[in-house]
Structures are given as structure tokens and as C-alpha cells.
Design a protein around this ligand. Structure first.
Ligand code: TXA
Ligand code: MG
Length: 319
């Protein structure tokens, strides 16, 4: 396993591995992906094996542009065109009907999830390889997604090559939108906010879980996910959590500085701006795990729509 610079030589090695139906980790603007030729059964099997990913959970296919995306779809609705024109390259994944001549990417669904990533290295890799690349986040299933090459290395030491594109700028996964029904349906809240999406699509159906926290919508949205090794506790007021029975060391992750805390506690204070908070969240969770904390008390973010994706990830980390 090696971390390599994404220069001409690094890209050449990455393309070679992908063409040999092996896998390569690469940076995107959201999180690092574990890339594989989307229609190679061998390469896809390797992705599921390395991540220990359940076989029912499908993968997002990354393409270099809208034309490439359309080529993999059986039907390409007008709203997909409008969304792509507005938000691609970018952190939006569109689920559409899969072209019938293509094999399924992972489980046998009639649909395919597509996105054009907004990262120079990812786009260069897509163009140089000429392949659609299936790429889930480059971490063990249920674990914290990687926002740096070092996170990938620590979580998946058996990946043959990691292209280092520096820290991911958005730091949280793409928003996944299902376009196969009458009304666009949110499958996973993510880096692209609902307000921006609605300006293009009008009404968006929300998964029940956004409302009551119980129902699964996207196949990959199991309750426990994005979780550090430490136990995560969400609390409106972190000062009110009793420490007596908690596994130590205890850490606090908040978006406001919390006064009156004993000095023994490890504290991570992130931004009160939801985008900045999202950009730092996974890195902070990785740091707390590395520091060996036993419990992380997380200040529950506001119940507003701007915080939807962050709240979703924290709720799953705490499940
Ligand atoms: O930002 C991202 O989307 C990152 C980067 C690497 O692009 N990728 C990512 O992939 O987060 P992953 O595999 O960790 O999450 C993919 C999500 C899962 O919730 C999965 O169930 C859903 O997309 N998904 C994939 N294909 C689908 C399909 N055909 N129908 C419904 N949901 C699908
Ligand atoms: Mg993931």
C-alpha cells in the first residue's frame, strides 16, 4: 500500500491498476472514494471485500460528465438534465433507471446512482482511465468516512494505491436524490443542501427517517454508520450528561465552546456554521479515536434544515 502524489506517474499507476480490475483510493470534494471499474465483477467484489460492505448495499458510479452519465441510464429525465447543469461537477448523486444492457453494480437493482465529482484529481482519473468508477467512501463499512489519504491508509491498509489530493474540502458525503418516481426523493442528506435543490426541482419527498428516525430509505442508510470506535452520546446540553458510568477518557465535541469543563476532558470545538462544521466533522472524529477516547459527548446541532446532513451522520454515529 502506498500514498502517491497525483502527478503523471501517480495517475498512470492508478489507471493501470483500474484496468487490471484492481482498486484505487482517490480524493473527491466530499470524502475519499475506493474506486473500481464499475462493470468489472472482479473489481467490485474486491471493493465489497476490502470494506466488509454488505452485498445488498449498492455503490455510486462516478463519471466524467453528463454525457457519460446519460450513457449509463435507461431514461434520463429532464430534471436530471437541469440538476446536472446546475450542480455537476459537485456533491449530488442522482439515482435513475440503469441502462438495460449494463450489469448491476453490486446488488441486482434496476437503478444506478451517478455523480460527477468536483475534484481535479478524480476528474483526471476518470478521464485518463476512460472508465466509469464505482466508488464508495474508502473506509470499513459502518466506520468514519476518510477525508484525507492518511485516514484511508489507517482504515484500509490493504488498498494497493491511494492518490493523495489533500484534505477533502466539503468533508461530508454527496446528497443522494432518487429521480425514478413522480417526485424527486431524498435518499441521503449530504453536502448539497435541500434549499439549493428545491430551486431546481420544486418539492422533494423526504425519507420518513428524516422525520421520525426509524425507517430505512436508501439501502445503505442502516441505523449505525459513520461511527467511531468510541461510544457517541448526543446531548442538547453537554454539561448535563452524568460522567459517572461513562467509559473514559471522555471527550466533548461541540459547535460552541463549553465553559466549566474539567481540564481532563478532551474537547473539539467545531464551527457554528453547518458547512464548516461538516468539513471538519470526520477529521475530528478520527482525531478523537486516535486519542483513544472511550466516550464522545456531542452537542446536538440545531434542528434546522441547514444542519440536516450533519444531524443525520451524528445520529447514526450514536446509534
Ligand atoms: O460523496 C459521496 O457520495 C462519496 C464519494 C466517494 O463520492 N461516496 C459515497 O459512497 O458516499 P457510499 O457507498 O459510501 O454511499 C453510497 C450511498 C449509499 O447510501 C447507497 O445505498 C446509495 O448511495 N446508493 C447507491 N446506489 C444506489 C441505488 N441504485 N439506489 C439507491 N441508493 C443507492
Ligand atoms: Mg460510506
Amino acid at each position: 500500500m502506498t500514498i502517491v502524489e497525483p502527478d503523471a506517474d501517480g495517475l498512470r499507476r492508478a489507471v493501470e491498476l483500474l484496468r487490471q480490475e484492481s482498486v484505487v483510493a482517490f480524493p473527491t470534494e466530499t470524502v475519499y472514494g475506493l474506486g473500481a471499474h464499475a462493470f468489472s465483477e472482479k473489481a467490485i467484489a474486491e471493493v465489497y471485500r476490502l470494506k466488509n460492505r454488505p452485498s445488498w448495499n449498492p455503490l455510486i458510479v462516478h463519471v466524467s460528465g453528463v454525457a457519460e452519465a446519460r450513457g449509463l441510464a435507461e431514461r434520463w429525465p429532464d430534471v436530471a438534465n437541469e440538476l446536472a447543469a446546475q450542480f455537476w461537477p459537485g456533491p449530488l448523486t442522482l439515482v435513475v433507471e440503469r441502462a438495460r444492457h449494463l450489469g448491476a453494480v453490486g446488488p441486482r437493482l434496476d437503478t444506478i446512482a451517478l455523480r460527477v465529482p468536483a475534484h481535479e484529481v478524480a476528474l483526471k482519473l476518470l478521464e485518463a482511465s476512460g472508465l466509469p468508477l464505482a466508488a464508495p467512501s474508502a473506509n470499513r463499512s459502518e466506520g468514519i468516512s476518510p477525508t484525507t489519504a492518511e485516514h484511508v491508509l489507517r482504515g484500509l491498509p490493504d488498498v494497493p494505491l491511494i492518490l493523495d489530493g489533500g484534505p477533502a474540502s466539503l468533508g461530508i458525503e454527496s446528497t443522494v436524490l432518487d429521480l425514478t418516481g413522480e417526485t424527486p426523493r431524498l435518499l441521503r442528506p449530504g453536502a448539497l443542501g435541500l434549499r439549493d435543490l428545491r430551486e431546481v426541482t420544486g418539492a422533494i419527498a423526504l425519507p420518513d427517517e428524516v422525520v421520525d428516525g426509524a425507517v430505512r430509505s436508501s439501502p445503505g442508510m442502516g441505523a449505525r454508520h459513520y461511527a467511531p470506535r468510541a461510544t457517541v452520546i448526543l446531548a442538547k446540553d453537554v454539561r448535563e450528561v452524568e460522567h459517572g458510568d461513562l467509559t473514559g477518557p471522555v471527550a466533548v465535541l461541540s459547535y460552541e465552546s463549553v465553559e466549566d469543563f474539567s481540564d481532563e476532558l478532551v474537547a473539539e470545538v467545531l464551527s457554528a456554521d453547518p458547512r464548516e462544521y461538516a468539513a471538519d466533522l470526520y477529521a475530528a472524529l478520527h482525531r478523537l479515536d486516535d486519542a483513544g477516547v472511550g466516550t464522545i459527548i456531542v452537542q446536538a446541532p440545531p434542528e434546522t434544515e441547514e444542519w440536516l446532513a450533519v444531524r443525520d451522520r451524528l445520529r447514526r454515529a450514536a446509534a
